[in-house]
Design a protein around this ligand. Sequence first.
Ligand SMILES: [Zn+2]
Length: 124
Amino acid sequence: MVCKACGHINQDNMAKFCSACGSELQQDTQNNVYQQNVTPQPPPQYVPNYLIFSILTAIFCCLPIGIAAIIKSSQVDKKIALGLYDEAITASRQAKTLNILSAVIAAVFTVFYLIIIVIASVGI
Ligand SMILES: [Zn+2]
């Protein structure tokens, strides 16, 4: 029990008066409950933001999808800073999905492009 008047820590939690200054001690149950509820946040798991991947996607694959991925990537760190770990993980997953989608589209276009070049050079 900490005395609010002088800050003396009274060993007896049920004491009505401070043993140092004699002022009345208030059983601050609300404060105790509050302190119990504020459990320290578990250390956040590592949430990859895929920002480099997103930038590469925007440059080399599809610009619109790459930009969307960059936005999602930048949200990951913002959410972590705000302690919104669930939302950070969601944004991280979305950035990853956009990057994979973009890579698949780029791969498909590359294959079509190569086929067209081959067909053109063979001269069908
Ligand atoms: Zn006191």
